[in-house]
Design a protein around this ligand. Structure first.
Ligand code: PBG
Length: 320
């Protein structure tokens, strides 16, 4: 009989296992997505995302001081405004909720990278990611101006990077042009390039009060069945001026991450979304999974597939 291979030789001790480890979570490659609301002293638990909160700016400032800069590169800020209207007016003001949060967080923790999410869904009364006409259809090109104005307000407040998540066509170009024309040529754009119309965003929509009041997001977010189309989206965003491209969700889309890694040289991010967080949390809370081990394994899998950067609620779990 031919000799078989002894794979277990390199698995014998923690030292030898570490020696041959191919993928590591070391280095600050994590971004913590968090939610900011109006008011003072607000620290509101998000029911569908145990361990995560909506913070008023003062509480967020207190919280970011507890974020480990060893482990976490920065934050992704989501505004949850107290008033909404058809045109997302609250999104573009120079002193918008998110703009004020950016100023406060940068002042409190200058070493944390502050990225802001740019999208209209939390600001429109209908909950869609762009403005709509009387028939309820998304007005792609009219929405671009608003997205660009929103991005500019965040950049002026001092955001280190902005992240458009609306999935409308041409928004990266519109934002890049607005930045170039207004003195922010050096502000990077991390585009949600391949963002799928996913059921795994459910808990987030509870957190951000951003569920659409009619219809769904399938006319702008991608069909989960498509990987080649995801590559076209990424190529388009890079050609429009995106600096970092993202695949979202992460764990159910490892093949998309791997294919994007193979095809593109740009830094690649993956978003472990709310539903991925809540599933792991729920199982752990029931004693069905070891949380630390399962989280570590899922983050390692996302890195192994090829993501350089991971956006994950597990990046920071505030003490309640
Ligand atoms: C806004 C936005 C969403 C998420 C990030 N930005 C929700 C959506 O598209 O419905 C999802 C994040 C998550 O589930 O954690 N468009």
């Amino acid at each position: 009989m031919k000799n078989f291979q002894r794979h277990r030789r390199l698995r014998k001790t923690p030292q030898i296992r570490r020696l041959v480890e191919e993928t590591s979570l070391a280095g600050a490659r994590l971004i913590w997505p968090c939610f900011v609301v109006e008011g003072r002293g607000v620290r509101e638990p998000i029911e569908a995302m145990p361990g995560q909160f909506r913070f008023s700016i003062d509480e967020l400032v207190r919280e970011v001081k507890a974020v480990s800069t060893e482990k976490v590169a920065g934050l992704l800020l989501f505004g949850v405004p107290s008033s909404k209207d058809p045109f997302a007016k609250g999104a573009t003001a120079k002193d918008s909720l998110v703009a004020r949060a950016v100023v406060a967080v940068k002042e409190a923790s200058p070493n944390l990278l502050v990225t802001t999410d740019v999208c209209l869904c939390a600001y429109t009364d209908h909950g869609h990611c762009g403005v709509i006409n009387a028939k309820g259809e998304i007005q792609n090109d009219a929405s671009l101006e608003i997205l660009a104005a929103m991005s500019l307000a965040h950049a002026e407040a001092g955001a280190d990077c902005i992240a458009p998540s609306d999935m409308l066509d041409g928004r990266v170009l519109a934002i890049r042009r607005a930045f170039d024309a207004n003195g922010f040529a050096e502000t990077p754009i991390m585009s949600y390039a391949a963002k799928f119309a996913s059921a795994f965003y459910g808990p987030f929509r509870d957190a951000a009060h951003s569920a659409p009041s009619f219809g769904d997001r399938k006319s702008y977010q991608m069909n989960p069945a498509n990987v080649r189309e995801a590559m076209r989206e990424i190529a388009a965003d890079l050609s429009e001026g995106a600096d970092i491209v993202m695949v979202k969700p992460a764990l159910p889309y490892l093949d998309v991450i791997a294919e994007a890694r193979r095809r593109f040289d740009a830094p690649l991010a993956a978003y472990q979304v709310s539903g991925e967080y809540s599933m792991l949390k729920a199982a752990a809370r029931n004693g069905w999974l070891n949380e630390a081990a399962a989280v570590g394994e899922s983050l390692t899998a996302i890195r192994r597939a090829g993501a350089d950067i991971i956006l994950s609620y597990f990046a920071h779990q505030p003490k309640s």
